[in-house]
Design a protein around this ligand. Structure first.
Ligand SMILES: Nc1nc2c(c(=O)[nH]1)N[C@H]1C(S)=C(S)[C@@H](COP(=O)(O)OP(=O)(O)OC[C@H]3O[C@@H](n4cnc5c(N)ncnc54)[C@H](O)[C@@H]3O)O[C@H]1N2
Ligand code: MOO
Length: 450
């Protein structure tokens, strides 16, 4: 792995996009559509608003009702939100409230603060005194939400490809829609490899193992005492947690397999049969038990890359496995070291799965001002490298005055740790910055949260 198929994570991601399929569409309830991509444009079922409505509490009048100088008007009738408009008597004003329909013959609403009110509460005797110049101050259309001013019946409220958020839900609900047609979620399996890895108590993992008789029973799980040379699974829960934050992914509970090549290939085949992507952890380096790339090849996978100039995560492996429908499914092999697994899942896994979900581009990143560690235990780790480096950082968003630099960027302080297997240091980080080859690990850098 001294030479790499791609010279940056971004180039590798771009090349993989072309090889991978994207998911189809599904009609789902509004709440389930949030965070996913709209596939069909929802349209207005009627004009918005559906009739002229008052935007203020006050008095509805027509131009001929207004006196030319100071004068008074009797108030006859009231328009309330949710009721049909009352009749307007020429030469008078109609009491009106925000959201109420504007009566025929009225074309503007005087805010109640603009007039003096007399005889309130005595039916038929209420009057308003209007100051001179009010006709100019309250022109035709003032404080009226015109029928159809937001859009006409049949107009789209959002284009296909829009990310559904609370704002789109507001518009859809206002159109009487209880469902939206969105891209269906990408089904992702997480497969943890390694004979030494024991599943931490993760109750959801057990039903998966039992649910499908075709899945080999890979290894003992449970909470028996660990031998010192055994490790608890950090990667399965961590990768699942990272992916599960994306509403466009449906992540199955982690599955487990040891270091048997046949069992590994069988498990991969079963998982890829039922998922759009499988993300494995461990077994991608050059050791005798690093079996993932060969197992993926054995089930017909076509490698996209094996190894990238990144640290941590250099041994990462990606392949496309053609499905019966011709859509290329993703097999992404994350390295076993937990910091590497999480960094690569975040930097490369999310982007590839986003593509499969139908997103046209990468997840937006924020720039931060990165600082060296507060108390570097191992300064050597931070010298320039001929690789892209993912440097875990703690983000200073805790509200103290120094949290922003003169440049206005949030400050991120590098977390010192012992490298790719140090989950203790990892727990002190909020995300990582991406440092280009040869660059210093401090300064203005793109940041990605876990
Ligand atoms: N001769 C070479 N050796 C290694 C190289 C190399 O280029 N040449 N690369 C190193 C790098 S960088 C990494 S990263 C690791 C990745 O190797 P694998 O993906 O094959 O991972 P494993 O060997 O299976 O495990 C590595 C390490 O991580 C622990 N591990 C594995 N899975 C888990 C888990 N689910 N939870 C917690 N910890 C886990 C495992 O016990 C090992 O200690 O390879 C280097 N070697
Ligand atoms: O990618 Mo490895 O995690 O650099 O040790």
């Amino acid at each position: 792995m001294s030479t790499f198929a791609f010279d940056s994570p971004a180039a590798a991601i771009d090349a993989c996009r072309a090889a991978l399929g994207t998911v189809g569409t599904k009609e789902v309830p509004l709440a389930e559509a949030v965070g996913r991509l709209l596939a069909l444009a929802p349209t207005l079922d009627r004009d918005s608003p559906a009739c002229d409505l008052s935007a203020m509490d006050g008095y509805a009048v027509g131009a001929p009702d207004l006196p030319s100088g100071t004068g008074s008007l009797s108030v006859l009738g009231a328009a309330a939100a949710g009721s049909p408009p009352p009749e307007h008597v020429a030469g008078s004003a109609v009491r009106i409230f925000t959201g109420a329909p504007v009566p025929a013959g009225c074309d503007r609403v005087i805010r109640q603060e603009q007039v003096r009110r007399e005889g309130r509460g005595r039916a038929g005797t209420e009057r308003i005194v209007v100051p001179a110049g009010l006709a100019t101050a309250v022109p035709a259309g003032a404080n009226v939400r015109r029928r159809g001013e937001n859009g006409r019946a049949g107009d789209p409220i959002a284009e296909p490809g829009t990310l559904v958020n609370a704002a789109v839900v507001a518009a859809a609900a206002a159109c009487g829609l209880s469902t939206l047609t969105v891209r269906r979620r990408v089904r992702v399996a997480v497969l943890v490899t390694g004979e030494e890895v024991r599943a931490a108590p993760f109750p959801a993992a057990v039903p998966l193992r039992n649910a499908d008789a075709r899945l080999p029973v890979p290894m003992e799980m449970g909470s028996r005492e660990l031998a010192p040379w055994e490790v608890r699974d950090a990667n399965g829960p961590a990768v699942a947690a990272l992916l599960a934050r994306r509403p466009y992914l449906r992540v199955s509970p982690p599955a487990y397999v040891g270091d048997d090549p046949t069992l590994l290939a069988q498990t991969l085949a079963v998982l890829l049969d039922r998922h759009d992507a499988v993300v494995t952890t461990g077994g991608v380096s050059v050791g005798d038990y690093d079996l993932v790339p060969d197992a993926v090849r054995a089930i017909g996978g076509r490698p996209l890359f094996h190894g990238l100039p990144i640290r941590p995560g250099k041994p990462v492996f990606a392949a496309v496995v053609e499905s019966g429908t011709g859509a290329g499914r993703l097999a992404l092999g994350l390295p076993g070291n937990p910091v590497a697994a999480l960094c690569v899942a975040r930097r490369i896994g999310i982007e590839l799965l986003r593509h499969v979900a139908g997103f046209p581009g990468p997840e937006p990143t924020a720039l931060v001002e990165a600082l060296p560690p507060d108390d570097p235990a191992d300064g050597r780790a931070d010298g320039p490298l001929p690789l892209w480096r993912f440097r875990p950082v703690r983000l200073d968003v805790r509200g103290d005055e120094n949290a922003e630099t003169a440049g206005g960027l949030p400050v991120a302080t590098a977390v010192d740790g012992r490298g790719a297997s140090d989950t203790v240091a990892l727990a002190r980080s909020d995300g990582f910055v991406e440092v280009p080859p040869g660059a210093a690990t401090a300064g203005r850098l793109p940041y990605r949260a876990w």
